[in-house]
Design a protein around this ligand. Structure first.
Ligand code: UFG
Length: 322
């Protein structure tokens, strides 16, 4: 198939792009390169440097490329930033999303695989999260993803689109060549590994008074290679609807820091700090639906193994793609 990939230079977009190429698909990347990295794109890949907020740019690209399907990764994805500047999230993720859907409609392109998030669920409590859990976001980032999911449902019902929303839990890990490099890094594993690289003196643990066994937050860490595989399966099988992508296993912040100590051999000092506003205590997926509909089983379920892939990449790229 020929796939238009928005946000192909970003963390999950670039790993999925590589998987699409490996599977023999043709691709065209649409990306503003604002938060992604040109270096994460294979040399010579067809690329339009454009912004989804520019309706004409995406419409022209869609009409020229005429893809069989779209994979939509391009978005802002920082919870904290979204609480300070919600407008960025509604304009980029929602208005940009409408421009994308309208460009598809005009060009007669009807299949889309969308990067959604467990942030659409908000703070559902301590039970594992399945797709029937109420979606009630607690920040504009999650809200922007939920709004786009709702638009997808209406476009499928009314315009006959085939749409799937993949709700990622905590994406992490790396391939040999592609990894996580955010200018404004807020994610746990890269921040812990920076300490092991000698780039920061300690990591902060945001809160140890949560209602969890060791008091720190529990998350479902899902490897980026497994996410890429799920995208490929969703595309090729033409599956529709929405589904969680997680491992079904939760690890606490302290357990992740311990794993990083084992993998790197560095003592990694950790300082207990106040809670980060808006962090739910526990977010773990029930991911049976992806198994049923996509035949998807995450290959990486051990936290040490996941961290080891990230560590290899960060050692080889101590300053990211720069
Ligand atoms: N944490 C620390 N110290 C740090 C950074 C993070 O203790 O320096 C903790 C957080 O409090 C949280 C856990 O580590 O409990 C994971 O934090 P991340 O920032 O790595 O990830 P989040 O769970 O906050 O965010 C992820 C995705 C978001 C998505 C969100 C849904 O990155 O895109 O899950 O809640 F919206």
């Amino acid at each position: 198939m020929k796939i238009l990939v928005t946000g192909g230079s970003g963390y999950i977009g670039s790993v999925t792009l590589a998987r699409l190429l490996q599977a023999g698909h043709r691709v065209h990347v649409f990306d503003n390169l604002e938060r992604g990295h040109r270096e994460a794109l294979p040399p010579g890949i067809p690329l339009t440097v454009g912004d989804l907020r520019d309706a004409a740019a995406i419409a022209d690209t869609m009409a020229a490329v005429r893809p069989d399907a779209v994979m939509h990764f391009a978005a802002y994805a920082l919870v904290g930033e979204s609480m300070r500047q919600p407008e960025l999230y509604f304009v980029n993720n929602v208005t940009g999303g409408i421009n994308l859907l309208e460009a598809m409609r005009a060009a007669g392109v009807k299949q889309i695989v969308f990067s959604s998030s467990c942030a659409t669920y908000g703070e559902p409590g301590s039970a594992d999260i399945d797709e029937s859990t109420l979606q009630s976001p607690t920040n504009p980032y999650g809200e922007s993803k939920l709004i786009f999911e709702k638009m997808l449902r209406w476009y499928s019902g009314i315009h006959g689109f085939r749409t799937i929303a993949l709700r990622y839990f905590n994406a992490c890990g790396a391939t040999e060549t592609l990894g996580e490099d955010h200018a404004d890094e807020t994610h746990l594993i890269p921040l812990v590994l920076r300490v092991a690289l000698g780039q920061s003196p300690h990591v902060k643990i945001f809160g140890d008074d949560y209602d969890t066994p060791d008091g720190t937050c529990i998350r479902d860490y899902v490897h980026v290679v497994d996410l890429a595989e799920a995208h490929l399966q969703a595309l090729e099988r033409g599956v529709t609807g929405a589904m969680n992508l997680g491992t079904g296993r939760g690890f606490s912040v302290k357990e992740v820091v311990e794993a990083c100590r084992r993998v790197t051999g560095h003592p990694i000092p950790a300082i207990i700090s106040p809670r980060r506003p808006g962090d739910p205590g526990r977010l773990v997926a029930r991911a049976a639906l992806a198994g049923e509909k996509l035949g998807w089983q995450p290959r990486f379920t051990e936290i040490d193994e996941i961290v080891a892939t990230a560590w290899r990449w960060h050692q080889a790229h101590p300053h990211g793609y720069a």
